[in-house]
Ligand binder design. Structure first.
Ligand SMILES: Cc1cc2nc3c(=O)[nH]c(=O)nc-3n(C[C@H](O)[C@H](O)[C@H](O)COP(=O)(O)OP(=O)(O)OC[C@H]3O[C@@H](n4cnc5c(N)ncnc54)[C@H](O)[C@@H]3O)c2cc1C
Length: 447
């Protein structure tokens, strides 16, 4: 299968060297590879939050006979290796763009879905007994330049006026009190929505819950072909075919370029890099002035995200580059480490125990896409969360389960996310577009 990046990033036999992988507990070995032909109502391709949430809700709430096929092991994709920020997000539009494109009502509808998404993850933790180490209350944007405080002030006003959300503006002394000190930050904005979680425990828990509720899950089972046969969809895998009435494509940043009609040239995967330090002592935390467990990121367009983990390791991440080979990954990781040491100088000698990266997924119009392909009835997709899918992908999975079982009203998919997925002009140039965007945002981040 063809991908936009170096094949190393798609080598599912290569274990992910992440902190989460090392601490998520028992792998979902019960999701054995598909060994024979089978039939079902719904086939789901991709075993991350989108696919697993869809499978769980299809089986639990609609008693749909569901088969999920995952190319790697459960949690191999972004869902097993992200930062664990369960928060608002999923698009890359400014407030002005949101309002201009979808209107006030459209923006509010989308915001409510995002907010509901955070709550859905919390609820799934309870209803499905998934212990995902939830921690903290809300997220804080930290101004990396004094001039960004004006933007945060505007953001606070927009949140209040449009969505009725009270976000707290923080001055430098507030940051110290909240245990968020760094000479690199000039203030911040705290939004009281969201929490941190262990993404590996969450994705494995979702898989077990979906299986317990009756979904069949086959890991290490890549879908290598998709076609119509006798009015049903036929999915080819190495050891068996699946015949399904309806299909959900939930492959996000790992979507092969050449497999699914309607997606070719319409997605732009992007690398994100992360690392975790060794556990920090009390005195090391005090020395830096960072003691909070709250989620935080800086105000750069090309942002850094970070949080102190329950076992006192510091997680730090940012966008990646363009070379997804293992050598490229080492270079990107070294650059990430330099940024980390510059922002948190008291930890300049602290060892980094884990380094990893993964693919997020962008769309040309910079919003997620959830729906049915117009020219392929019964073929659905949910993807492109713009690096912010812990909550939104979980929500999208539920919405797709409802949509695919005829419950469009319950799905409540915002109009903003229901439009056809636009193609990129000259798709082979997608990485060049991304490179140009990074260069532009890099310049804007200096001012
Ligand atoms: C380093 C990193 C940090 C991130 N941090 C955050 C964060 O803190 N907060 C946040 O909200 N979001 C974060 N994200 C984004 C978030 O992880 C994703 O948006 C979310 O996991 C998407 O879920 P998904 O199920 O749609 O896709 P994925 O979890 O990527 O799952 C797609 C799956 O499809 C499978 N697949 C692909 N092709 C096939 C095929 N042919 N047959 C069968 N299976 C196939 C892949 O193996 C993969 O497991 C981060 C992502 C990365 C990479």
């Amino acid at each position: 299968m063809r991908h936009l990046y170096h094949r190393d990033a798609f080598d599912m036999a290569r274990p992910v060297p992440s902190y989460w992988e090392a601490t998520a507990g028992r792998a979902v070995d019960e999701a054995a590879p598909l060994a024979a032909d089978t039939r079902c109502d719904v086939a789901v391709i991709g075993g991350g939050y989108t696919g697993l949430s869809a499978a769980l809700h299809l089986a639990r709430d609609a008693s749909a006979d569901t088969v999920l096929l995952e190319a790697g092991r459960i949690g191999w994709g972004a869902s097993g290796r992200n930062g664990g920020f369960c928060c608002l997000g999923s698009h890359k539009l400014s407030n002005g763009e949101l309002m201009a494109r979808y209107g006030r009502e459209g923006a509010i509808e989308y915001f409510q879905a995002q907010r509901e998404a955070v709550e859905l993850v919390r609820e799934l933790g309870v209803s499905e007994e998934i212990d995902f180490d939830g921690v903290g209350n809300g997220e804080t944007t930290l101004a990396h330049l004094p001039s960004r405080m004006a933007e945060l002030r505007e953001e606070a006003a927009f949140l209040k006026d449009t969505y009725g959300v009270a976000a707290a503006l923080l001055g430098p002394s507030d940051l110290v009190v909240r245990g968020m000190a760094s000479a690199g930050f000039h203030g911040g904005l705290h939004l009281p929505i969201g929490f941190g979680l262990h993404p590996g425990k969450y994705v494995r828990g979702l898989a077990r819950a979906a299986m317990r509720r009756g979904a069949r899950i086959a890991a290490e089972t890549p879908v290598t072909g998709l076609r119509m046969a006798d009015g049903r969809y036929e999915l080819a895998t190495p050891r068996g075919k699946v015949s399904a009435e309806r299909v959900l494509i939930a492959t996000n940043g790992y979507t092969p370029e050449d497999l699914f009609p309607g997606l070719g040239g319409r997605l732009l995967p992007a690398l994100s890099n992360a690392m975790a330090t060794r556990p920090l002592s009390d005195s090391e935390l005090q020395a830096q002035g960072w003691t909070t467990r709250e989620m935080a990121f800086d105000s750069r367009y090309l942002l850094h995200y970070f949080r102190l983990l329950p076992d006192r390791r510091f997680l730090f991440g940012a966008r990646g580059g363009f070379d997804a080979s293992q050598a490229g990954e080492r270079r990107r990781s070294a650059a990430l480490e330099r940024d980390f040491r510059a922002l948190f100088p008291a930890w300049r000698d602290v060892a980094i125990d884990y380094r990893w990266s993964g693919m997020v997924c962008l769309a040309r119009d910079r919003v997620p896409h959830l729906g049915e392909f117009a020219d392929s009835p019964g073929l659905f997709h949910a993807l492109a969360y713009h690096g912010n899918g812990v909550a939104m992908a979980s929500w999208a999975g539920r919405a797709m389960a409802q949509l695919m079982t005829g419950n469009r009203a319950a799905a409540g998919i915002p109009a903003a996310l229901s439009r056809p997925l636009p193609a990129f002009p000259f798709p082979p140039l997608r990485l060049a577009y991304l490179q140009a965007a990074y260069a532009w945002y890099g310049l804007k981040d200096r001012r």
